[in-house]
Write a protein that binds this ligand. Sequence first.
Ligand SMILES: Cc1ncc(COP(=O)(O)O)c(C=O)c1O
Length: 379
Amino acid sequence: MYIAPFGVEQWMNEWETGAVANLAETCVDSMTAAELLDLSGRREEILEQMMDLRLSYGDILGSDEIRELIASLYDSADRENVVVMNGGAAANFIAMFTLVSPGDEVISVYPTYQQLYSIPEAFGASVKLLRLRYEDDFQLDIGALEKLVTDRTKVICVNNSNNPTGSLMKEPLLREITRVADSVGAWLYCDEAYRFMVHDPGVKVPSAADLYEKSIVSCGLSKCFSLAGLRLGWLVAPKQFIRDVADHRDYTTISCGRLDDLLGRVAIKNREKIFARNLKIVRKCASVLEEWVRNEPRVGCVKPECGTTAFLRYDYDIASEDFCKRLFKKDGTFLLPGKCFGPEFDRFLRVGYAYEPGVLASGLKKVSGFLRELEAEET
Ligand SMILES: Cc1ncc(COP(=O)(O)O)c(C=O)c1O
């Protein structure tokens, strides 16, 4: 079965190792296991639990406790609405594997995490892309969505907040999308990998899972919890859909690791502390980035409202892959070319900014040095 190469992941695999300043990272500064245990205040007790843990398959869909903890992150979910996966990536894959059959019509926003349209396409769906535009602050145009849906639309895929743009759909727009989905009986698929990192503490954004009966939501511990190494993600969906997913998951997963489950429970129980740590990093770094963009007249950016990434538009006559390769070869500064998100985005760069602000600032300074080099070549 053909599946389109995963642009972003392939670029990361090829170039990430050896980066001196990695400005493409999308997780909020990853934690060590020791940091997580210390933050919980129960280091010794948890270490003992780990030592005593029998390394069997464990509960197939995830422990009851972790499923309950995940359900508690949503207003309208209980344990049976939740299944645990090997990261958000596996959650997205198995959800599409369960949902999409050849001939189905799928609509996906674009740019976004490529899984949301390339996996349905590989399973034989006809995929319509709904482009998000810089000029619209990368917000979904509801009129354009209304024009795209038909009675055959099986699922509408969105990503809130959006990777790469950092744009955030708030409740009124989300409700409009559910209205359009409902008008044709479509599922709403919402990848919410970054939703817990809304920068403005006054802005509350509901999960799609709490707004629409036919919604399927994916999320995980990689980005907002800084624990990508646990490989722990989940789906929240109607109970029958979770049962259908379980049938497909038996063939691919059996169960997720018991150690991951145990540490995942520690993380979710301590989410307030983790989110406080991470929001501090995200807000500080977003302001470093904003300041840098302000001082670069030929670089533009829709101010990210959530998550860890921003999509920089530049006005230089160089393709985004050449830009990133030359920058990397110059001094090891690593950015992600917009072209990885599709040919239309070839004058964009994705920056991931949620780590040590000093590292971000010095990496951006190197990007400025490279921009001066490009300017010198123009004369
Ligand atoms: C929007 C989005 N969804 C899902 C994933 C997959 O992440 P993970 O499998 O680590 O949860 C990523 C990773 O970059 C992402 O950006």
